[in-house]
Design a protein around this ligand. Structure first.
Ligand code: KG4
Ligand code: ZN
Length: 417
């Protein structure tokens, strides 16, 4: 707590009382006015990136900052929650000030503050929410609570002309979700992952292949390292990977079988080449290509059923758009595969710019703008409203299952036809 207060520069006794007193504030409904010049400060700390940004109703990014912990967590082979929390605590004040400075604004001229309250790592979310509450109270600013996954989907509207409703596939280090975005605050959940998230599997695979030992990859997130290595493959079909869940007529995902197959291939090759300690198997590029390919195939297969389901139930309008977002959406191979499948289904497939696909403050500020514009009402944000495991939208996964829609499996080695 000492560090928290120190880094928030809370020095005066009265401010201190106010900070702790915030816990008692609850239940006030606030409605805010919006116009195109409205500006929102967004704060994101749900996982391992401290991201802040100031965004306007005109879709301008006035200022942004990102303190990424990626390189540090590469050492652990995953996000270490305690390290993540400590770094958020250390950086949040710097991140907010940097975003404001870049925007040439001070906190007084901001209309509202938006902060991620769910889902994510509890102790990381707490840092962002506590800080945002302190800022909001000190400067008498409204506070807008944001759902991290909704923000990943909605931010595409900042960069593309997308009307509601649209389909979104959110692929990241912690999630894999297929959703119909009916409105700013109205989501239908068509499918989720039964086990791991795609980014999680890519990160573990990169670490297990020791890609970090290759200097050009040493600072890249696992997924990016695999994408780069896959480009060097002359034989992407050397390793075979079955596509998961092909007999399940739903839109759920599973990546644990892919991870197991990957490990089996890797172990076999490591034994064959006696690749102990720091040595990397010579077929590493082909293994990366095979892994990336099956992930693209699996995600494409589920999206195809989602489009069929939406068509059958008239859930999308004529001008069908599929948004791909979340860190794994940065992967050009996966994105282009989804674009090809989307085109076959008469859908326009888009994604935000790569730096906005991964976690950032821009999407949080933008979601604040969207909520403001819609005229959403906000309860004051209590610490109790933090929800690490919050689901997304109304769950209609069983309705998708019951529709029992057949989708042909398209293997990429035969090229998408
Ligand atoms: O959305 P994000 O920044 O954080 C979560 O909410 O999880 O996603 C991070 C994930 C990591 O697993 C990282 O390896 C992956 O996104 N990623 C990529 C690429 N760049 C980042 N995966 C595949 N290809 C990439 N180019
Ligand atoms: Zn995310």
């Amino acid at each position: 707590m000492y560090f928290l207060l120190r880094s928030f520069k809370i020095r005066e006794n009265s401010t201190l009382k106010m900070y702790f007193g915030l816990k008692l504030l609850k239940g006030n409904l606030k409605k805010l006015s919006y116009d195109q010049s409205s500006t929102i400060l967004g704060i994101e700390t749900s996982c391992d990136d401290t991201g802040c940004a100031v965004v306007s109703g005109k879709k301008d990014i006035l200022g942004e900052s990102l303190f990424s912990q990626n390189v540090l967590h590469l050492r652990y082979g995953g996000v270490n929650p305690l390290v993540a929390r400590d770094l958020h605590r250390e950086n949040i004040d710097l991140a907010v000030n940097e975003a404001l400075e870049k925007a040439s604004l001070n906190i007084h001229s901001i209309d509202a503050i938006a902060v991620t309250i769910k889902p994510g790592l509890l102790i990381s979310l707490q840092i962002g929410v506590k800080y945002a509450r302190y800022l909001a109270k000190t400067h008498n600013k409204p506070l807008i609570p944001i759902h991290h996954m909704e923000a990943h989907a909605l931010v595409a509207r900042m960069f593309h002309e997308i009307e509601f409703p649209f389909l979104a596939v959110l692929i990241s280090g912690g999630h894999c979700l297929l959703t119909v975005v009916k409105d700013v605050d109205n989501f239908l959940l068509l499918g989720g992952t039964l086990d791991n998230a795609p980014g999680e599997v890519l990160d573990k695979a990169a670490r297990r292949m020791k890609l970090r030992n290759i200097p050009a990859y040493s600072k890249l997130p696992g997924g990016k390292a695999i994408e780069t290595a896959a480009k060097g493959s002359n034989n992407p079909e050397l390793f075979s990977f079955p596509i998961p869940l092909i007999r399940n007529r739903d839109c759920n995902f599973s990546f644990s079988g892919i991870q197991d197959t990957f490990l089996r291939h890797l172990l076999r090759k490591e034994t064959e080449h006696n690749a102990i300690a720091d040595r990397i198997i010579p077929e590493v590029n082909d293994l990366c290509a095979g892994l990336q390919m099956v992930m693209a195939e699996h995600i494409a297969h589920r999206i195809e059923r989602a489009v069929l389901f939406c068509n059958k139930n008239n859930l999308l309008k004529d001008n069908k758009t599929i948004v791909v977002s979340g860190g794994v959406a940065c992967n050009n191979y996966i994105f282009e595969t989804l674009q090809n499948v989307g085109n076959l289904l008469d859908c326009n497939v888009v994604r935000p710019p790569p730096k906005v696909c991964t976690d950032n403050g821009i999407m949080i500020a933008w979601n604040g703008i969207e909520k403001l514009k819609k005229g959403c009402q906000f309860h004051s944000v209590s610490l109790d409203s933090i929800d690490p495991k919050a689901p997304l939208g109304t769950n209609i996964i069983n309705q998708v299952k019951d529709a029992n829609l057949y989708v042909k499996v398209r293997r990429l080695k035969n090229k998408i036809k």
